[in-house]
Structures are given as C-alpha cells and as structure tokens.
Design a protein around this ligand. Structure first.
Ligand code: ADP
Ligand code: ADP
Length: 224
C-alpha cells in the first residue's frame, strides 16, 4: 500500500489584488521504497507541494494521507507528531547546527524524540557509516566538504526512521561529481530501508536515475 497519497490538493496565494492558483487539484501517490523525482521550472509550485505533502502547511482543499491516515482533520499537534514520526526533510542548504559535531547533529532529533543518548549515538554512527562518512563523526559542519555536509543532513533527516523523505534541491548547491556521490548515498539508503523519497531537483541526469519522474503542469501533477 502507498505510504503517501495526495487527493485533489488546491493552494491559492493572495498577491495583493491578484490570486495565484499554484496547485489546482494535484494528485499523487508514493510507494514504500520508491524514489521519485519532481522536476519543474522555478515558480511551478514544487516547494509548496513538498510543504503541503510534508504536513508543514495545510492545503486550501484536498487531503494528504500519510501511512493510511487522513490529515485534514488532525490538530496541529497531531500533525506535528505524525510528521516527526513518519517524515524527514532535506533542503538545498544543510542547516546543520555549527556548534555540534556530525554525530551530535544526527543524535539531536533522536534525543528530542526521547531516545536515550547511547542508543542515539549508536544509530547516528551507523547512519553516517552507511552514508559513507565512517570517520567524519567528530567533525563540525565547517570542517566538512559540501557533499559531506549534505550526507550528514540526510542522516539527520532519517535519524528517527521516517517512512517518507522529502528533499528540495538537495544537490542544488553541489558540483556534478559531488551531486552524484550524494545521490548514490541517498539511493542506497532508500533501497536498503524501504524509505520512500520525493526529490525536487533541476538535475535531469540524476532525475533520470530515479524510479519515476513527475512535474507540475497548470497546478496538476503529471508523470513525465
Ligand atoms: P517552486 O518551488 O517550484 O519554485 P514555489 O512553491 O516556491 O515554487 O512557488 C510557486 C509560486 O507561488 C511562485 O510564483 C511563488 O512566487 C508563489 N508563492 C510562493 N509562496 C508564496 C506566498 N507565501 N505568498 C504569495 N505567493 C507565493
Ligand atoms: P571538496 O573536495 O568536496 O571541495 P574539501 O576540499 O572542502 O572538499 O575537503 C576535503 C576533505 O577535507 C573533506 O573530507 C573534509 O572533511 C576535510 N576538511 C575540509 N575542511 C576541513 C577543516 N577545516 N578541518 C578538518 N577537515 C577538513
């Protein structure tokens, strides 16, 4: 069964006198273990879609179903809890905390979720090793290359074992070779864990390597 389903999602922004219908009945389903690329021009509504699907924002109409649960009737607290349990985010810029090491950055969401320190540390180290950073755990973000920083950000995003990962231009700030390495690490993780990922990217070569590609056309999601 799908882990995420979007039904008839509408979102309109007010821009002074004008109204901009960014999403006009967008429909989408994501299966466990699937890596889907979202490729669309700037301004098409990719960030809006990811924020709505990731329960950071509410649509004006339509339903976001996460792990079989409708979310429109949930309170903000319930939505936050569901997001914390099931959803991870990666952005173009890593947003790691600069005063903490790589391991500590990956431990943090686990500690917030109530895991004990030694368990959180063990999992953080395992994840970093998995993502190809076995000997970078004690480094602070500024001591890591751009690609390494993004891999730490991915480890942090999946630290609490969410079932869905949203990534918004995760390699947008990286060179071609580094982008490949980060994507490879991400794919390996997806295929090993059954994680489902929706990745907004402008990189067509990387999009071509993913399981499916979608775009936004007139506020609707279409396969390409
Ligand atoms: P993308 O991520 O594909 O670049 P966005 O979802 O960020 O697209 O934005 C889609 C459109 O909606 C753009 O034209 C943008 O200017 C507009 N937009 C985004 N957020 C707001 C907002 N809070 N208020 C008004 N307009 C917005
Ligand atoms: P890239 O080749 O991706 O541009 P860098 O040249 O920034 O990467 O870094 C190369 C290696 O050196 C990386 O593995 C990184 O962990 C390490 N490194 C970079 N800056 C520092 C630093 N200030 N302190 C310790 N290690 C560093």
């Amino acid at each position: 069964m799908e882990i995420l389903r979007l039904e008839a999602i509408h979102r309109t922004y007010r821009q002074g006198e004008a109204a901009l219908d960014v999403l006009r009945g967008a429909e989408f389903a994501l299966m466990p273990g699937e890596a889907v690329a979202l490729v669309a021009p700037s301004g098409a509504g990719k960030s809006t879609l990811l924020h709505i699907a990731g329960l950071l924002e509410r649509p004006d109409a339509g339903e976001v179903i996460v792990a079989g649960r409708g979310t429109s009737t949930l309170s903000d607290t319930e939505r936050t809890r569901l997001r914390r349990d099931e959803i991870g985010f990666v952005y173009q810029f890593h947003h790691l905390l600069s005063e903490f090491s790589a391991v500590e950055n990956v431990m943090l969401p686990q500690l917030i979720a109530g895991l004990d320190k030694s368990e959180a540390k063990k999992r953080a180290e395992q994840l970093l090793t998995w993502l190809g950073l076995p000997d970078r755990g004690t480094h602070r973000p500024t001591e890591l290359s751009g690609g390494e920083q993004q891999r730490v950000a991915i480890a942090r995003a999946v630290a609490n074992a969410p079932r869905i990962l949203f990534a918004d231009e995760p390699t947008g700030n990286l060179d071609i070779v580094t982008s490949e390495q980060v994507f490879e690490a991400l794919f390996k993780l997806i295929k090993a864990t059954g994680l489902a990922a929706l990745v907004a990217t402008h990189n067509l070569e990387l999009a071509a390597q993913m399981d499916r590609r979608i775009t936004l056309r007139d506020g609707m999601i279409v396969e390409v």
